[in-house]
Design a binder for this molecule. Structure first.
Ligand code: ADP
Ligand code: MG
Length: 353
C-alpha cells in the first residue's frame, strides 16, 4: 500500500504536527447545531439541549486490528469510523460527532495520511457526522487510530442490551459471516502473493465478501426503517464479535434464555459457496466470525406483522425464560448450548476490529 506507482512522498517532518493537523482538518464544515466549536481550540464545544449523550470509543492498532498489505488506507479510515458509528446506532441513537486520534511512524508519508483522512471524511459526509477534534502524535512503529463517536437520543428512545423478555422475537439485519470470509480470502491472496509476486489474484467470486471486510456500512438505515415501521426494539446490540457472543450478551444482561434456529440464519450465496470451498461450516462462520456490523435486536411478538415481510430483517429465534438456557436449534432439530467462542472457534488468525 505504501509503495505505489506515481508515488509522491512528502515527509511528515516537513509539515510538522500543526501543519499536518491543518492539512487534514482544513476542509471541515460543521453541519450539526450541537457542534458549537470543532477543531481549533483546546477542546470541542457541544450542546445537546434535552437529549441524552452517547459516547463510545475504539482503538485500532496496525498488525493487531488491520493489515495494510491488503487494507487500503482509505478503507481503513472509513471502517474505523463505521465501527464507532455502529455502536451509537446499536443504542438507537443518532451519531453526531467524532474525534480522531492518530499515532504515525515516519514510514508514512503525508500522502498516506491523506488517504486515511479521505476515508474518514467520506464516512463523515455519508453518515452526516462532524469531525470535531482529535490528537496527533508519532509512533516508533506502525499506525494507531483511536476514534471516539458521540451521539444523541431522547432518553425514552435509547435501547439497551437488557430489555429482552420471554417470547420476544430475535431479529437480525442483513446477512452474516461475509466479513470473516472476506478476511480469509484476503489472507490467502496475501500468502499466494508472498510466494509468487506475479500472481494475479482472481477475486471475482468473492466481491461481496471482500467489500464486507474492507468497506462495512453501519446500519443507520435500519433505525430509520424501524421508526417508519413503528417498531421499538426491546434490546439491541451490534454484531462485531459474532452472532453467538452478541446473543449471549443480550440474554445475560436481560436475564433470559433463547432459542436460535440454525436454518433461519441469513447467509449470502457467496458465503455458502465460499464455505464449501474452504471446507468450513457456514453456521460456525455466522456464529463466530464477527465484523458484520449488523444489528441484532429483540421485538415484542405484537410487532411481528410489521417486520415480517421486510427483506432487510430476519427473525432468527425467540427469547425464553432464563431456566431454558441459550440454545442453537440445528437443522436436524438438535439443541446445542450457545457458547461465546468468538474467533477462537475458528482456530485461525483474525484481525478483529
Ligand atoms: P492540544 O495541544 O490541546 O492537544 P493539538 O495541537 O493537539 O491541541 O490540536 C489542535 C486542534 O486540532 C484541536 O482542536 C484538536 O482537537 C485538533 N486535532 C488534533 N489532531 C487531530 C486529528 N488527528 N484529527 C482531527 N483533529 C485533530
Ligand atoms: Mg494534542
Amino acid at each position: 500500500m505504501l509503495k505505489g506507482k506515481n508515488e509522491q512522498r512528502t515527509s511528515l517532518a516537513e509539515l510538522g504536527e500543526f501543519g499536518l493537523i491543518k492539512h487534514v482538518t482544513d476542509s471541515i464544515k460543521l453541519i450539526h447545531k450541537s457542534s458549537v466549536k470543532g477543531v481549533g481550540d483546546d477542546a470541542a464545544v457541544l450542546q445537546f439541549d434535552k437529549k441524552q449523550v452517547l459516547v463510545t470509543t475504539d482503538l485500532l492498532v496496525e498488525g493487531i486490528h488491520f493489515d495494510l498489505s491488503y487494507m487500503p488506507l482509505k478503507h481503513l479510515g472509513y471502517k474505523a469510523v463505521m465501527v464507532n458509528l455502529s455502536d451509537i446506532y446499536a443504542m438507537n441513537g443518532l451519531a453526531t460527532q467524532i474525534t480522531v486520534s492518530i499515532a504515525v511512524s515516519n514510514r508514512f508519508p503525508l500522502e498516506a495520511i491523506e488517504e486515511l483522512y479521505a476515508g474518514i471524511h467520506l464516512a463523515c459526509a455519508t453518515y452526516k457526522v462532524d469531525l470535531v477534534g482529535g490528537d496527533t502524535t508519532s509512533s516508533t512503529k506502525g499506525l494507531l487510530i483511536s476514534i471516539t463517536a458521540i451521539g444523541e437520543a431522547n432518553a425514552k428512545d435509547i435501547v439497551y442490551r437488557n430489555g429482552a423478555k420471554p417470547n420476544d422475537l430475535l431479529v437480525v439485519s442483513g446477512d452474516l459471516g461475509a466479513a470473516y470470509l472476506g478476511l480469509q480470502v484476503l489472507e490467502r491472496e496475501k500468502q499466494v502473493f508472498q510466494v509468487n509476486p506475479n500472481a494475479q489474484p482472481d477475486l471475482d467470486n468473492y466481491t461481496y465478501l471482500i467489500e464486507r471486510q474492507l468497506k462495512p456500512e453501519a446500519r443507520k438505515d435500519i433505525l430509520k426503517l424501524l421508526k417508519e415501521l413503528k417498531v421499538t426494539p426491546t434490546a439491541m446490540i451490534d454484531i462485531s464479535d459474532g452472532l453467538s457472543s452478541e446473543i449471549i450478551h443480550i440474554c445475560q444482561q436481560s436475564e433470559v434464555g433463547c432459542n436460535l434456529y440454525e436454518d433461519k440464519i441469513p447467509l449470502d450465496p457467496q458465503v455458502i459457496s465460499t464455505c464449501e470451498e474452504f471446507n468450513i461450516d457456514s453456521t460456525t462462520v455466522a456464529l463466530s466470525g464477527g465484523e458484520d456490523y449488523e444489528l441484532l435486536f429483540t421485538i415484542d411478538t405484537a410487532d411481528y406483522p410489521k417486520i415480517k415481510a421486510n427483506p432487510n430483517l430476519t427473525v432468527i429465534g425467540h427469547i425464553t425464560t432464563p431456566d431454558e438456557g441459550m440454545h442453537l436449534v440445528t437443522r436436524a432439530g438438535q439443541k446445542i448450548a450457545l457458547t461465546a467462542q468468538g474467533w477462537n472457534a475458528l482456530l485461525k488468525k483474525r484481525a478483529k476490529f
